[in-house]
Design a protein around this ligand. Structure first.
Ligand code: C2E
Ligand code: MG
Ligand code: MG
Length: 944
């Protein structure tokens, strides 16, 4: 209940009809009238294949072509058309429909309020839902929303007067239907009230359309003939709940609202009940709840006190010398008072049984409930000796069904002095014998006009003739008991309401501070807790806390590639997995999107935060199985420790974000602990994103070239193109500091295109200037996003064509994960490029999956051994062995090897000994700009 977090599917109405712009209006009217369900419609579907009926039963129709939404036809549009008195026969959907209109993208749906908001703003009750590709996927309707929200609890506390439409347009039943349509348009109302001396009913679009479908002439047809009389009146002070129930019971969509003089003062359309979900009203509601709870508690106390007081008034001071009559009155008052001292039903009944048994000096008094749901077990009784007890005995028996006669219902007792002479049936006597009954007296306990229960009085020791005075007393006592029962049930009810309100309040509060998808605390709650932690640390310096800022790597790829549903599923499962890494005292929140934060309090030092970051990486290693897809993910984590002396929560979060961003830039799937130097160096992410967009336009990107040398010939065979960003203020920025962001923002696509074109252009220029045999080649780094991009193949081919570069001179460097994460698509594309001569290199080999089993079947030409192995090759036997086996294996499956990161002569010698052919690294040359590279080539030519 109160679920502002309803999913989109809960509010999407699948019974929305769609038509094409050329569907005749006449057919649409028929369609609406039949609710899409008459045989005519089915026929239509078969006759016209462009006429699609998604489903049935709604008054609105969407006009589409190829699943693209063009317009909408609600009854409002049709009435407007009718009012214009244009010819219906010739009109098509396109002439009638309204457009443009308010729509909602699937991915923009947050919660039910999103829909309410749009409806309220655009004054509509249906919102078409579009996919991100702008195709129609359904429509959310207020009606569906009302069903889904089940606002029962809230409705009880709001009056009809608050939500009714005060604008009531009334017309006489003699006015023509056409005039009614025109009046509706003129006054901008959805219906008019047909009223003679008093309101008779209403006319809205459905009535007009029905008349049309019956071929009636609207000009001459009097409104009175089509008036919808299923219209009822309700008091303005009634609760919305009453209104809602009345409409449901009567199956009507509007109620007339009257004041105390029975004058019509407004109309309550069913959907206006949704106004209750207006956020302003809801939040006001939370505030008043607190006050109301207090009032209710006070009322309960007052009620108890006043009840006791009232009864006391009727209790005489003394019993002595009183008439028998007065004495019984006194007794009645006394028993009543005792009963009323409690508002607990069981206690009341027990007191009554005890008092009556004592007064009558009888053996057994118990309560029998006339409720089919009662289990039949005696639970309330008073007995003179334990042997008469019936506690827990099941008394369901025909006998009791038979005696609930009119006598009892009228409030009269049934007395039997001797069960053997009262003319009872044999089976009844046997039943009573089993209960050891000799005489009995049955007193009805009524509730309104029906029997709530019976007080059953048994005399077991001997037969007993009941006195008229006794019976009379009990008949007067019974209504007193009924009052007490009623009061206790009132209290019980108010307690239920109290509990309901508390629940509503708790739910609303929960919603305000939790993320609806994962049910984790949201940003507001997280910032609140973080704020408290910051305050605590200010006063107790020893109190250390840490914040982990977690951002999923490549979440966008999952979301875009597999759809939002899977994306959502992934977020939920990740939230669950991360939770297993934490203690319940840690605050784990979802800030939004794929960003999560963790607040760890009372930690000893930052090693605890780092341990959690490691654990998180660990649990994310295992793949997720989402609706049959195997999804791999990792996270970049920024860590901040409170020791830096923060003043406010925002700064903590900002620094954690900066550190997280560093982790991304360093290649993702890792954590980075924030250091103040990062803040000084790193301009805010937003700024750099903006700057990067401009970098391309302003020619701030440059390519540097690092030579690759053949050890056999000691000649340069080509270059690796490495990007640099010459920032106007920050100077040269290295790829490690911006490629990550470029990938995340998608800018890598245009940057990558520029790199490829520029590298090929430069190479062809050098090839022309410095022809050598074999010709120089260029290696270009390609990001995974580029490979999966739709135009990748076309782009490479186009650039080769444009520049005239021989494809054999172009090498594309990709990482292992690029090919592993997108196996099918990457293989297919690289296969194609290799057929034309382009070579594919695996960069940083040895740092990723490194499975030869896979490699040999993949479209790969060369492995570039990562510099982390080369750097240790001369000093560490392990690295030496690894490099040796990579070379051997590559050789065995016919792949080439490039050793990158060669920095020393020892490393070079080592590689030479191993028979390594191609090398790259600072020892040969650092990456240099094109002019310097040209010089290197010139020297090379001169030397040969
Ligand atoms: P990478 O493709 O593995 O490039 C080699 C990196 O190692 C370069 O860093 C290079 O300057 C550095 N390096 C070369 N020789 C040595 C050495 O002897 N010792 C050491 N310590 N380092 C050496 P750089 O230029 O900073 O590039 C870093 C990474 O950024 C590249 O690694 C590549 O993954 C990426 N990158 C560079 N340019 C581009 C580009 O145009 N597009 C894409 N998508 N990524 C690029
Ligand atoms: Mg590279
Ligand atoms: Mg590399």
């Amino acid at each position: 209940m109160y679920s502002s977090f309803l999913s989109l599917s809960a509010v999407v109405d699948s019974s929305i009809l769609t038509v094409t712009p050329s569907t005749p209006l006449g057919e649409i009217i028929n369609l609406i009238n039949s609710g899409g369900s008459d045989p005519e419609t089915v026929k239509l579907q078969q006759v016209q294949d462009n006429f699609s009926v998604i489903s049935r039963g709604n008054n609105s129709i969407l006009v589409t072509r190829d699943r693209k939404l063009l317009g909408i036809i609600t009854s409002r549009e049709i009435v407007r058309f009718i009012a214009s008195a244009r010819e219906i026969d010739k009109a098509l959907a396109a002439d009638v429909m309204a457009s443009p209109m308010a729509t909602l993208k699937e991915s923009d749906f947050r919660n039910a309020f999103t829909i309410l908001d749009i409806c309220a703003r655009a004054q509509i009750d249906i919102v078409p839902i579009l996919s991100d590709r702008e195709t129609l996927v359904g429509a959310a309707t207020l009606e569906k929303l009302l069903q889904a929200l089940e606002p029962s609890g809230l409705l009880k506390y709001r009056s009809v007067a608050e939500f009714m439409t005060k604008k009531v347009v009334s017309v006489k039943p003699t006015v023509s239907v056409l005039a009614v349509a025109q009046i509706m348009v003129k006054h901008g109302v959805n219906f008019v009230v047909i009223s003679d001396d008093g309101p008779i009913g209403t006319i809205a679009a459905p009535e007009i359309l029905q008349a049309l479908a019956l071929n009636r002439d609207l000009r001459s047809l009097p409104a009175g003939e089509v008036t919808n009389a299923s219209f009822d009146l309700l008091d303005r002070d009634a609760s919305l709940w009453q209104a809602h129930q009345m409409m449901q019971r009567l199956g009507i969509q509007k109620l007339g609202v009257v004041n105390h003089q029975a004058k019509l003062v407004g109309i309550l359309p069913q959907l206006s009940i949704l106004g209750i979900f207006n956020p302003g009203i809801l939040y006001g509601f939370i505030e008043t709840l607190q006050q109301q709870l207090g009032t209710l508690k006070r009322e309960k106390l007052d009620l108890l006190q006043s009840l006791n007081k009232n009864v006391e008034i009727s209790v005489p001071d003394s019993v002595s010398g009183m008439q028998q009559e007065t004495e019984r009155d006194y007794l009645l008052a006394l028993i009543s008072m005792r009963m009323r001292q409690s508002l607990d039903l069981e206690e009341i009944l027990e007191t009554a049984a005890l008092e009556i048994r004592t007064w009558l000096q009888t053996d057994r008094v118990f309560i029998y409930l006339c409720d089919p749901n009662w289990n039949g077990l005696v639970s309330i009784e008073s007995v003179s000796a334990i042997r008469w007890s019936l506690l827990g005995v099941n008394l369901r028996n025909d006998y009791f069904e038979k005696i609930t006669t009119d006598t009892l219902i009228r409030g009269n007792a049934i007395a039997i002095g001797d069960i053997y002479t009262a003319g009872l049936e044999r089976s009844d006597i046997e039943f009573l014998e089993r209960l050891q009954v000799k005489s009995h007296l049955i007193v009805p306990i009524s509730k309104g006009n029906s029997l709530w229960g019976m007080m059953i009085i048994h005399h077991c020791t001997e037969t007993r003739q009941w006195q008229a005075a006794e019976i009379d007393f009990l008949e007067r006592f019974s209504p007193q008991l009924a009052i007490s029962i009623h009061q206790s049930s009132l209290l019980e009810q108010s307690q239920v309401e109290l509990a309901e309100r508390k629940l509503a309040e708790a739910q609303l509060l929960h919603n305000a501070f939790h993320d609806s998808l994962t049910n984790l605390p949201n940003r507001a709650l997280f910032m609140d807790r973080l704020g408290h932690a910051v305050e605590r640390t200010k006063h107790h310096h020893a109190h250390l806390f840490a914040v982990l800022f977690i951002d999923l790597d490549r979440f966008k790829v999952v979301n875009d590639g597999l759809g939002h549903t899977i994306g959502d599923q992934l977020l939920i499962e990740i939230a669950q997995r991360l939770q297993t890494c934490l203690y319940s005292s840690d605050t784990f929140a979802r800030l939004g999107g794929d960003e999560f934060t963790i607040l760890l309090e009372d930690i000893a030092d930052n090693s605890e935060a780092i341990a959690i970051a490691n654990r998180i990486q660990q649990v994310l290693l295992e793949s997720f199985n989402l609706s049959g897809y195997e999804v791999f993910t990792s996270a970049s984590i920024g860590i901040v420790i409170s020791s830096s002396g923060y003043e406010e929560a925002e700064s903590v979060l900002r620094d954690a974000d900066t550190a997280m961003y560093r982790a991304k830039a360093r290649g993702k799937a890792q954590y980075v602990v924030f250091e103040p130097a990062m803040y000084a160096g790193a301009i805010t992410r937003l700024q750099s994103e903006n700057d990067m967009r401009k970098a391309l336009e302003r020619n701030e990107l440059k390519l540097f070239y690092q030579p690759i040398m053949s050890l056999a010939t000691k000649k340069i065979t080509g270059f690796e193109a490495l990007i640099r960003w010459h920032h106007p203020e920050r100077g040269f920025i290295f790829p490690i500091d911006f490629i990550g962001l470029a990938e995340e923002t998608g800018l890598i696509i245009s940057i990558g295109e520029w790199v490829l074109r520029e590298a090929c252009r430069q190479l062809i220029e050098w090839q022309r200037q410095f022809p050598v045999d074999p010709p120089l080649s260029v290696s270009v780094n390609i990001s995974s996003l580029q490979v999966t991009h739709i135009s990748f193949l076309g782009l490479v081919e186009q650039i080769l064509q444009e520049t005239g570069l021989n494809p054999r001179c172009l090498k594309l460097e990709i990482t292992e994960s690029t090919i592993m994460d997108n196996m099918a698509i990457a293989c297919q594309k690289f296969e194609h490029l290799r057929e034309q001569g382009v070579q594919v290199y695996i960069d940083d080999f040895g740092t990723g999956y490194s499975s030869f089993k896979y490699l040999q079947d993949l479209p790969i030409d060369v492995l570039k051994i990562d510099q982390s192995f080369i750097s240790k090759i001369a000093s560490d036997d392990n690295s030496f062995e690894i490099v040796k086996s990579i070379m051997a294996l590559a050789n065995s499956i016919g792949m080439g090897v490039v050793a990158e990161g060669v920095e020393t002569i020892e490393q070079l010698k080592c590689l030479e000994k191993m028979g390594q052919e191609s090398v790259q690294g600072y020892f040969i040359s650092r990456p240099v700009d094109s002019l310097a590279a040209e010089q290197i080539i010139q020297e090379l030519q001169a030397s040969s």
